[in-house]
Design a protein around this ligand. Structure first.
Ligand code: GLA
Length: 396
């Protein structure tokens, strides 16, 4: 049952509503459902620049806060199977901490999410050199990627869905990329517990683009439980193995018989330390791109994550060809996030719908090219539900 269906039950079936939480809730939810969008300040950076946020919240108890720094998801509160809401994403309480400890928490990553080998690529015979920020490779847009810039808020609208549109114009040559890139990041939330994130970009010169969201999820929400017991399903028969620098070799390898086979829901912790597989050693766990099944360009279920302890379930739908699954291997307890909580390996997982890593240098991978006159679009839908409807205490 998703939260939207539960909401309808509350509104239209008094008995079910009473079972779900009593007359007060019924009165609260009898009216037309709506999703609210509000702008609010989110503190200042050390240089004095102000950061703003937009909060989208619905009657099903979902609340998402997106800030102008990195057009990043700063908080995402989702009810568990008992109806108790909890924040399921990692992050910081103040904006400056995001710049001091760059881990891409919740951020929009670009211009090119993931890695480009040695920061080089060739387009129409010309070789471009990008900023290198990851062991000689280019990662997530370089030294000052989309996660580290202030975005503008273009529009904020309540209703179902409620939407917030952020924009950023990346100047020609920024971090070494050709073309002025105009980017929007749209977030929308509806009453059916669907959070939709859509990135769009246009350019004035031929260039490359690959933009994604880098939220670190822990569906148990601040309980201290690791994600290693989360059950993950990824609808991919193949993945892109990498070299020691996490650059794809170009091979599309079958997941069958390997720790990368998530075609059936499997606990992340079951094989995350399986050192028999060299790929697990290279990634220090999972840090790999899956080649999603299904027809390219059609929205399909890419991944499903279920937390048996809280009952929260998240499904990700996308049209993108790839999904990077990163098991938070570089969280090493050296930084404290929201509420002073120290983040350690296994505290979160990242699932990024995107093109394949190093696509500009791999002829067989789907192209990252964007030409003037065309629009780059990458849409991802996060659908939230629980494994059982909420029951008030004492009801069996
Ligand atoms: C990505 C990469 C990881 C790591 C994180 C940020 O998901 O694939 O290797 O760099 O970003 O820490």
């Amino acid at each position: 049952m998703n939260f939207g269906e539960r909401n309808m039950l509350r509104g239209f079936r008094p008995l079910a509503a009473a079972w779900l939480g009593g007359a007060a809730l019924l009165l609260l939810n009898m009216g037309a459902t709506a999703v609210d969008a509000k702008r609010e300040p989110f503190g200042a950076l050390a240089d004095g620049r102000q950061v703003e946020a937009v909060v989208l919240s619905n009657n099903a108890g979902i609340r998402v806060k997106i800030m102008t720094l990195g057009a990043a998801i700063q908080a995402l509160s989702i009810p568990d199977r008992s109806g108790h809401a909890g924040d399921v994403v990692l992050g910081f309480d103040s904006p400056q901490e995001y710049l001091q400890n760059p881990s891409y928490f919740g951020a929009t990553v670009g211009r090119f999410a993931n890695r480009i080998a040695k920061g080089h690529f060739t387009l129409d015979g010309k070789t471009y050199t990008l900023a290198t920020n990851d062991h000689g490779n280019h990662l997530h847009g370089g030294l000052k990627g989309f996660d580290k810039v202030l975005w503008s808020i273009d529009s904020v609208k309540s209703g179902s869905p409620a939407t917030a549109v952020f924009s950023y114009t990346s100047p020609d040559g920024e971090e070494g990329y050709p073309g002025t890139l105009r980017v929007t990041a749209s977030y929308s939330l509806n009453d059916a517990a669907v959070l939709r994130v859509e990135f769009r970009a246009t350019t004035d010169k031929s260039t490359i683009v690959n933009i994604s969201n880098h939220s670190y999820f822990n569906l148990s929400a601040e309980t201290g439980a690791s994600v290693l017991s989360h059950l993950l399903q990824v609808n991919a028969a193949k993945y892109t193995p990498v070299d020691v620098g996490l650059i794809p070799t170009g091979e599309l390898r079958a997941v069958e018989g390997t720790p990368f086979d998530f075609r059936k829901p499997t606990a992340i912790g079951l094989r995350v330390r399986d050192g028999h597989d060299q790929q697990i050693r290279y990634g220090r766990g999972y840090d790999h791109n899956f080649a999603l099944d299904g027809t390219l360009g059609e929205s399909r279920l890419a991944a499903r994550v279920a937390d048996p302890s809280s009952g929260r379930i998240m499904e990700i739908f996308t049209k993108a060809p790839g999904l990077q699954f990163y098991s938070g291997n570089f969280l090493d307890a050296t930084i404290a996030g929201k509420g002073g909580r120290v983040y350690r390996e296994g505290d979160a997982l990242v699932l990024e719908p995107q093109l394949f890593p190093d696509a500009p240098n791999q002829k067989t991978f789907p192209s990252a090219r964007l030409d003037p006159g065309n629009t780059y679009v990458n849409t991802m839908e996060y659908r939230f539900s629980t494994d059982k409807p909420a029951r008030p205490a004492g009801v069996k």
